[in-house]
Design a protein around this ligand. Structure first.
Ligand code: PMP
Ligand code: GLU
Length: 403
């Protein structure tokens, strides 16, 4: 028997999204024809000016330990980028701390805020890493189911019902992974008012903010007045909208005392983010050509979203789904495909991988295995081929019911 591991990792499970991505890559490398609609990773290359800035940083010898909160140029570029999206709001770069991907920013924020006995509300379905991160802080994740007729979003009443005096935090994600739902500003305001009245910290994961299909970027907590933002952490990053997943650059905007604690924590863990990647991201967040490229990528995601919604309505009319307004995920329900012996997300994804060569993520990874998540951050051609196969599987499973 191996030695028991620390209670720190008693709930720890590897990320299903990362595992499915690894499996799809392994199959592809082995020569299998796999369509990877599992992982949430843009199919586009990093915009050239950003990539060049990274290369130049290496060539200029900017390869030493960085300031552990991030280089000043990047903090300023992120502050201005966030400010531009929120009506030229002035944002103090000293309130930003850069980390190795926004996953680390979320971890740092949770670890410095939450501990044993604290309860942290997480609207569900929820991105796979939130409950795990809360467990790693030895706090308790409390899933709050969203309403089906409301894009699986929650409101202040739902949060209030799920809350008690031990509730210390809320992790909000808009645009949402895995549903693509987007909270309106009025919805965010009412949640922020509830959180303020109850002394609850909000960690607002806005990594997909630029990937919004309404006009402009998605509504943000930063569109609300200062008095509602005293206990908030805004999470942002380069991975998604800037097609920079592998560079690992994320950031948290937080009150000064929390930035200080996260910086101290980071000084003992990673020392800070990768310096050349920070230079690349500084260009990404500031450069007009990159901005135009982001606009083009968002337009491509929107076109794919439209194609998906239209095809699901036409070719699988009984299948329920959340209509996405942002991010690049499509969440559809599989338990209704067959009345007897309802199909689970896990069964559906296993069959789609084994029989169709299409990688998808079971809803169970996001706390509801009646659903399946599809990432449409793939080329139009791959998406079209994958949909043919997915509809084939849906129709076969439905016919098995009739038989
Ligand atoms: N938040 C959400 C909602 C995500 O989907 C992801 C995807 N990885 C992350 C945070 C983390 O992204 P990264 O660490 O690449 O910045
Ligand atoms: N966030 C992406 C996803 O949900 C990438 C993988 C991960 O970090 O979870 O697929």
């Amino acid at each position: 028997m191996p030695d028991p591991l620390s209670p720190n990792v008693q709930h720890l499970k590897a990320s299903e999204t990362v595992a499915i991505s690894n499996e799809a890559k392994r199959r592809k490398a082995a020569g299998e024809d796999v369509l990877d609609l599992g992982v949430g990773e843009p199919d586009f290359d990093t915009p050239a000016p950003a990539a060049q800035a990274g290369v130049q940083a290496i060539q200029k010898g900017l390869t030493r330990y960085p300031p552990n909160v991030g280089i000043a140029e990047l903090r300023k570029a992120i502050a201005q980028n966030l400010g531009r999206m929120s009506g030229q709001r002035a944002i103090d770069p000293d309130r930003l701390i850069v980390s190795s991907g926004s996953k680390q920013s979320i971890f740092n924020a949770c670890f410095t805020l939450f501990g044993p006995k604290d309860r942290v509300l997480i609207p569900a379905p929820a991105w796979v890493s939130y409950p795990q991160i809360v467990h790693l802080c030895r706090a308790e994740p409390v899933l709050v189911p969203g309403a089906l007729d409301w894009g699986l979003k929650v409101n202040a009443k739902d949060l209030d019902k799920a809350s008690n005096k031990l509730t210390r935090g809320l992790i909000l994600c808009s645009p949402c992974n895995p549903t693509g739902a987007v909270y309106t500003l009025a919805e965010l305001r009412s949640i922020a008012e509830w959180a303020k009245a109850n002394d609850v910290w909000i960690i607002s994961d806005e990594i997909y903010r630029r990937i919004n299909y309404g006009p402009g970027p998605a509504p943000s907590l930063l569109d609300l007045p200062d008095n509602l933002l005293e206990r908030t952490v805004i999470i942002y990053g380069a991975s998604k909208a800037y097609a920079m997943t592998g560079w690992r650059i994320g950031a948290a905007l937080a009150p000064p005392h929390l930035v200080q604690a996260m910086a101290a924590f980071q000084s003992h863990t990673t020392t800070g983010a990768n310096q050349p990647a920070m230079w690349a991201a500084a260009t990404a967040f500031a450069d007009e050509k990159v901005d135009a490229e982001v606009t083009r990528m968002v337009a491509a995601f929107r076109r794919r979203r439209d194609m998906l919604v239209e095809r699901f309505r036409r070719e699988a009319p009984g299948v329920e789904f959340v209509e996405p307004h942002g991010a690049f995920y499509f969440f559809f329900r599989v338990d209704g495909i067959r009345e007897k012996d309802p199909v689970t997300g896990s069964t559906f994804c296993e069959q789609s991988m084994k029989q169709e060569g299409v990688a998808l993520v079971p809803g169970g990874a996001f706390a509801d295995d009646r659903w399946v998540r599809l990432s449409y951050a793939v080329s139009d051609g791959e998406l079209g081929r994958a949909l043919d196969k997915i509809f084939g599987l849906i129709h076969r499973l439905a016919a098995a019911r009739a038989a």
